[in-house]
Design a protein around this ligand. Structure first.
Ligand SMILES: Nc1ncnc2c1ncn2[C@@H]1O[C@H](COP(=O)(O)OP(=O)(O)OP(=O)(O)O)[C@@H](O)[C@H]1O
Length: 575
């Protein structure tokens, strides 16, 4: 801020016959003092830029971690349906907030100081000319307020559009095999183009608004400068102020002007940050429908029956369709129950309720007589081993994948679980359990067996197994079934199996047939197969004729040997 003042004094020093330097300094002393001030100023500037940038990045890092944590604690539906477009909030919005809080905040502070100190100096030199310059402030500030509000709205919409765009890209990139197999690349490009266009349209609106705003503020600034020059020039000719004073004043006007302009972009950037911040705090403040950290812990050694009592359930995303109605189901300690029914009859939904991805609309699910809603969800889930239909493997070694969720497991325990789950293929790999695997680098049967090992390592009280609908080759299927068989025979774990393959169904102690979201039949395999007109027989017959009609070769040898009695010779019906 000393430069305009110094320039004015220098001009007067060289243009007046009796020059004077403030504070009675010599020219050399004044120069040294200025040099020192510039050096200190430069060091402070460097420190400001560094500190602000570092603190900005720390804010972004902290926001991202908290947002990620908040997203992982939400109910699965919120994240899976992409409602929160978490990824774009994590990457884009946090950056916008970080920038507007730090770099921008420091520029803002700097411009406040610059403008007020400049104005002070101007008042000191000539109050009359300062008032003339200030005439520009009210209309510009009004413009800033309106422009800022408009920008905030625009920013929220832009972030939303960016989120939509990321969602589309994410979906097709993660399903690239399908996209390419169906030659849907042009279709996906078109979908993405539409989303990119939405972002572009909003960016255009912002560009037009900012063009008009900055054009008009720049114009008013220049007009003010022109007025100052004209009026100030007459004051100089009347001897009211010196040429040096007018020069200082003009330079301060430029400083104040650029300070105010910086303040404007500070304000608009803060508004943009507020828009992005709203989206961040929406996620951070969101209370998950199933709070993860409340409720009673579940003793890992506790065993007890599972009961679905008068359960009614519909998915929040499809409130019009009742998936489970009047469902009563009991699974005793150590019992294995196979859930069978037509596709869409609600089998997997039962598992989802057991794992508390959702809560029933009416009725309750109990474990050992206690409503599972009373338990801490994390603790409750640790009592359940899950083998999903299409198990996911994470990037890392085979050992780390088996130990997923059981971080403290020893290598011996991991190997024992793998052995129990028939994962003998691991020993055949060059680096055994230390082999690095990606998400898709194993066959379906191998992934299922690893998932069984992962579930077994937890030593769960309950095993929830959702059998793969996709067909495995006969050997693989046999190894998977054999692994399941071992668990069923151990009678230590209560098993709820969503079963599709006859070979698995026949192994369960009890079969529960579901139709339209409730139990229509229950009994042993032998009982249901032999029961005249049973729903189970009809179901199996329908499945087998469909399979035989579509492609008889799809039935594995094992499946064929488990065909219901009415379809094969009596001696083969014995299990
Ligand atoms: N997340 C979800 N949101 C909305 N509806 C869903 C969801 N998951 C499943 N559904 C619907 O709920 C019904 C029951 O699905 P569920 O997966 O429980 O059936 P299923 O008997 O396991 O079928 P399958 O044998 O084909 O796996 C189906 O109509 C399905 O479309």
């Amino acid at each position: 801020m000393s430069i305009p003042f110094t320039v004015g004094r220098l001009i007067d020093f060289f243009t007046t016959p009796t020059p004077q330097i403030p504070l009675g300094l010599t020219l050399g002393q004044a120069s040294s003092l200025l040099f020192l001030m510039f050096t200190v100023g430069a060091a402070a500037n460097a420190g400001r830029a560094m500190l602000m940038r570092i603190s900005g990045q720390r804010i972004v890092a902290r926001l991202r971690e908290r947002m990620y944590g908040a997203a992982l604690h939400q109910e699965v539906e919120y994240v899976e349906r992409g409602e929160g477009d978490v990824l774009s909030r994590l990457s884009v919005d946090s950056n916008v907030v970080g920038d507007s809080l730090t770099q921008n905040l420091s520029d803002g502070l700097r411009s406040v100081i610059m403008s007020s100190a400049g104005l002070g100096a101007m008042f000191y030199i000539s109050p009359k000319l300062t008032f003339l310059m200030l005439a520009i402030v009210p209309p510009v500030s009004l413009g800033v307020v309106f422009y800022g509000r408009y920008l905030k709205r625009l920013s929220t919409r832009t972030q939303e559009a960016l989120g939509e765009m990321t969602k589309v890209a994410q979906e097709s990139l993660s399903a690239l095999r399908t996209v390419q197999a169906f030659n849907a690349v042009p279709h996906e490009e078109k979908k993405f183009h539409e989303k990119v266009n939405d972002v572009l349209t909003l960016a255009r609106k912002e560009a037009v608004a900012s063009g008009i705003f900055f054009g008009s503020t720049g114009w008013s600034g220049n007009v003010t400068l022109l007025g100052l020059l004209g009026y100030g020039g007459t004051m100089v000719s009347h001897g009211e102020i010196s040429v040096g004073d007018l020069t200082s004043l003009l330079l301060y006007t430029v400083y104040v002007g650029s300070g105010l302009q910086m303040l404007t972009s500070f304000f608009t950037s803060i508004m943009r940050g507020v828009g992005a911040g709203e989206r961040i705090f929406q996620l951070l403040d969101r209370h998950p429908a199933i709070p993860p950290n409340t409720g009673l812990p579940v003793d890992p050694t506790r065993r007890g029956p599972i009961r679905f009592e008068e359960v009614y359930f519909r998915y929040p995303s499809r409130p019009g369709v009742e998936i489970l109605k009047h469902l009563d189901l009991e699974v005793n300690v150590g019992e294995s129950v196979a859930l069978v029914g037509r596709s869409g009859s609600g089998k997997s939904s039962i598992n989802s309720l057991l794992l508390r991805y959702y809560d029933p609309e009416k009725g309750k699910v109990t474990f050992d007589g206690q409503d599972i809603r009373e338990f801490n969800p994390a603790s409750w889930r640790s009592a359940i081993g899950v083998v999903p239909q299409d198990p996911v493997m994470f990037t890392g070694t085979i050992a780390s994948n088996i130990a997923y969720g059981s971080e403290h497991a020893t290598r011996e325990q991991i190997e024992a679980a793998a052995r129990e789950a028939n994962c003998e293929f691991v020993w055949g790999m060059p680096q055994g359990f230390d082999t690095e695997i990606g998400r898709l680098s194993l066959s379906g049967g191998q992934r299922q067996r690893l998932a069984i090992a992962r579930a077994l390592l937890k030593k769960p009280a309950i095993l929830a197994l959702d059998e793969a609908t996709s067909s495995l080759d006969a050997t693989s299927e046999h190894r998977v079934n054999d692994a399941i068989d071992k668990i069923l025979r151990s009678r230590q774990t209560t098993c709820l199996i969503v079963a599709h393959r006859l070979s698995t169904i026949a192994r369960a102690e009890r079969i529960v047939v579901l139709e339209d979201g409730h139990v229509v039949e229950s009994g042993t395999y032998r009982h249901l197969v032999n029961k005249e007109g049973s729903r189970f027989r009809a179901l199996m017959a329908a499945q087998l004729s469909a399979a035989a009609g579509d492609s008889p070769s799809e039935l594995s040898a094992e499946e064929k040997s488990h065909q219901p009695q009415e379809q094969r010779p009596p001696q083969e019906a014995q299990l």
